[in-house]
Design a protein around this ligand. Structure first.
Ligand code: HEM
Length: 394
């Protein structure tokens, strides 16, 4: 999970977009010798890598430098499977994430959002991430999975450990990073394994019971499913909410979104494009493939840069401008093809409820001038914290 050298710099992590633009122009499909990895930057090519699963597989179980030996569960989830296995692993849960099903959850989600804002009722300063954008989605996914509230704090350290990149390019830093990941995976597997056993004959409507009682899945696959949902549904949505407040402030549209002059849902789509929470996705070539004039050989790993594709001038007018009313907006922030994000309808509703609640509660919500600290991961784009000055609405 080592990021390219160009992204080691913190400032670059906050603003990788100039670098992407240069790469799209100069070397849109390039091989990075130090990571033994291809990088793909243009929309058309990223789209192809994400959707052509015959040529670019998500099943990196044999190609990965990292060892999955200790971790049977994560070997077997929909996100790293291909048809027909992929369809079996996704089908049993698909219906739970359709827009109609998600709409029914809306009142519960609104109640959670209100609860976290009540807790900072009298503050004149909040950390948007720690006080709201992190706990809200984690509580939602924990609720859907049916996880007791007292264990929810533990999730942050687990999911952080799984997506973190090493902060330095030293063997010691990489080994530590890998050890932390393995420990988190082991602890989560144990934790979910126990809950799945407890609910094997259950009749609850939570997702753990759905998995526990499924005849289509093996035990490791059930554990993998729980871990995947917990991670996938978590920090990504945190970043969407954070990046929205960041973008609205940066481009001075917060009030216009509050009053409805700018459509909130449409503005969220532009945040997804402009500061895509998931910046990159990996695949492995299944055979020799021509892409952008280069030949990617069978077995080689490929990073598809969603964050760059979403700024490609061949597809978007003035891509470096944040235009909250942009339409059409063909961003691929949720991926493409059969692995298109299962949780996209949920993430959209969560972000909409979160921003509605925030803008309704506060007349002012303004990031302070403190230097911003980017997340130390190449997979995600967002902030560790976002201190904001707030004033309550009367
Ligand atoms: C897949 C992004 C929220 C569950 C994906 C993929 C992307 C993505 C780019 C494609 C991965 C690939 O092609 O390899 C995002 C973003 C989110 C978000 C930006 C928030 C803003 C969620 C939520 C959930 C979720 C809330 C669940 C509760 C999943 C799952 C997959 C997935 C299960 C794998 C689907 C498959 O392989 O068929 N997501 N996601 N995501 N996402 Fe999300």
């Amino acid at each position: 999970l080592r990021p390219p050298e160009e992204l080691y710099d913190r400032q670059r992590q906050l603003d990788p977009f100039d670098w992407y633009a240069r790469m799209r122009r100069e070397s849109p499909v390039r091989y990075d010798e130090s990571r033994k990895m291809w990088d793909v930057f243009r929309y058309e090519d990223v789209d192809r890598v994400l959707s052509d699963y015959d040529a670019f597989s998500s099943d990196m179980r044999d190609a990965e430098a990292v060892s999955f030996d200790d971790d049977q569960a994560m070997r077997r989830t929909m996100i790293n499977a291909e048809p027909p296995e992929h369809d079996r692993l996704r089908r049993f849960v698909d219906e739970r994430f359709r827009p109609g099903t998600i709409r029914e959850l809306q009142p519960r989600l609104e109640a959670f959002a209100a609860e976290f804002l009540d807790a900072v009722e009298d503050a004149d300063r909040i950390d948007l991430v720690g006080d709201f954008a992190y706990p809200f989605p984690v509580t939602v996914i924990a609720e859907l999975l049916g996880i007791p509230a007292d264990r929810r704090d533990q999730f942050k350290s687990w999911s952080d450990a799984l997506v973190a990149s090493p902060t330095e390019e030293t063997t010691a830093a990489m080994e530590k990073n890998e050890r932390q990941r393995q420990r988190a995976r082991r602890e989560m597997a144990e934790y979910f394994g126990d809950l799945l056993d407890e609910r094997a004959d259950g009749d609850g409507d939570d997702l753990i019971t759905l998995a526990a009682t499924s005849d289509d899945l093996e035990r490791d696959e059930k554990v993998g499913f729980c871990i995947l949902l917990l991670i996938a549904g978590n920090i990504t949505t945190t970043n969407l909410i954070t990046n929205a407040v960041w973008c609205f402030d940066e481009h001075d549209v917060t009030d216009a979104v509050r009053t409805g002059e700018i459509d909130r849902k449409q503005a969220i789509e532009e945040v997804l494009r402009y500061r895509s929470p998931a910046q990159s996705i990996r695949r492995v070539a299944t055979r020799d493939v021509e892409l952008g004039g280069e030949t990617i050989e069978a077995g080689e790993l490929v990073t598809a840069w969603i964050g760059s594709a979403n700024r490609d001038p061949d597809v978007f007018d003035a891509p470096e401008e944040f235009r909250p009313e942009r339409s059409p907006n063909r961003h691929i922030a949720f991926g493409k093809g059969i692995h298109y994000c299962l949780g996209a309808p949920l993430a959209r509703v969560e972000a909409d409820i979160a921003l509605d609640a925030l803008l309704d509660r506060f007349d002012t919500i303004e990031p302070t001038d403190e230097p911003k600290s980017p997340l130390s991961t190449q997979l995600l784009h967002g902030l560790e914290a976002l201190p904001c000055r707030v004033e309550r609405a009367e």
